[in-house]
Ligand binder design. Structure first.
Ligand code: UDP
Length: 367
């Protein structure tokens, strides 16, 4: 079969590989000049791997996904840790026992930890919105503190709304951790592609059945030359916004180079309550690069405005899910087009979920 894959992000790159290996002929197009969508990275003059669209850390529990990608890259065994500036101190986030001990007097910290352990299993995660429902007085205090200092202002900056006005899964991504593990993710497999994401993508696309055309915008007239199209652009755009625009959040990055080995204590520092940016990423940490200078990005959330900036995050709430469902109904009527990826499915996928979706999808088409 002859397939047109619109959008050269992680979803369609994985799909291109699977489809090509199954003997299909695949053309991947993207309007951008670069591969990888928002996962694109490049090496700067100091040998630092810069993630152009913000820090990307690969993590998964899905062995199939890990094994699939590992055919195309080796991994630097990076384990992600984040600190947040709270009441003038840099404390671990997800908020955990170590954060509690750093911020509160010893006796108080001890009783807060005991209260957590009384109500929740050790070494497990509790979403902040769930912790807020606790009837225990100590936990109510802790929940309000964490809600205010970690989540409320960060979420308003990031999304323009309060945590409770988003799908609980959004803030649930960064729960309170009932234990001492400072890592952002506990997944079995974590890492950064040793030669960068773009190099991994180039390898995935290096197959005689795959042709890549960059700087090539999609046009519906292209469809007639293919048996099927896999579309990872925005589903509302495909249908000419006939029910209105699906809302997104965007980001603006200020990249700065400092003429010294390190800028901050670890790769990502969150600023929930201070400043207009949400976090600062320092890229050399991801691959343990040694250099005399360092590159950081200040990350400023902003609304997505068509034609002005890029889509980063679908805004998942009831209203937007209902609007997406209307577009999905239109999509279901099209036999020769399948929608996928963050913009095609209107889902807040992590990289591994995007690849997992593709591995399942490819089974249907190759069986
Ligand atoms: N979040 C927060 N404070 C933090 C970290 C995260 O309020 O210090 C909330 C915020 O709403 C954010 C969401 O949790 O958008 C998910 O965070 P994550 O770090 O997973 O976002 P991503 O890396 O995907 O942008």
């Amino acid at each position: 079969m002859k397939f047109l894959l619109v959008g050269a992000g992680i979803s369609n790159i994985a799909l291109a590989r699977k489809m090509a290996e199954a003997g299909n002929s695949v053309v991947v197009i993207d309007q951008r000049a670069e591969l990888g969508g928002n996962c694109y990275d490049f090496w700067d003059q100091n040998g630092i791997d810069i993630h152009k669209y913000g820090t990307h850390i690969f993590h998964t529990e899905n062995e199939e996904v890990w094994k699939f990608l590992s055919q195309f890259t080796q991994w630097y065994p990076y384990q992600h840790e984040v600190k947040a500036l709270i009441d003038g101190q840099l404390v671990p986030v997800p908020f955990n026992f170590n954060s509690i001990e750093q911020l509160f007097p010893q006796k108080m910290a001890q009783s807060l930890i005991e209260a957590l352990l009384n109500e929740f299993p050790f070494n497990k995660k509790v979403p902040i919105l769930k912790l807020r429902e606790s009837k225990d007085k100590d936990l109510q205090f802790l929940a309000e503190y964490v809600y205010e200092k970690v989540f409320l202002h960060y979420t308003v900056k990031q999304w323009g709304v309060k945590p409770e006005d988003l799908d609980p899964l959004v803030t649930g991504r960064v729960p309170v951790f009932v234990g001492r593990d400072n890592r952002y993710f506990q997944a079995k497999y974590q890492g950064i592609p040793l030669h960068g994401y773009t190099a991994m993508f180039e390898k995935m696309l290096d197959h005689p059945n795959i042709e890549v055309r960059l700087n090539t915008p999609f046009d519906k007239s292209m469809l007639k030359d293919f048996d099927h199209c896999f579309f990872t652009g925005a589903i509302d755009e495909f249908f000419d916004y006939q029910y209105g625009e699906l809302p997104y959040r965007s980001l603006k990055f200020d990249f700065l180079t400092f003429d010294r080995p390190y800028f901050q204590s670890n790769s990502v520092v969150n600023y929930p309550c201070n400043y207009d940016f949400t976090r600062i990423g320092e890229y050399k940490y991801f691959l343990g690069t040694q250099s005399n200078s360092t590159v950081v990005s200040y990350e400023y959330p902003e609304p997505f405005v068509l034609g002005k900036n890029e889509r980063y995050y679908p805004i998942i709430n009831e209203e937007n899910k209902a609007l997406y469902a209307k577009y999905l109904a239109l999509a279901d009527k099209l036999e020769n087009v399948t929608f996928l990826g963050r913009l095609g499915d209107y889902k807040y996928y992590d990289m591994d979920q995007a690849v997992g979706r593709v591995l399942k999808l490819a089974e249907n088409f190759t069986a």
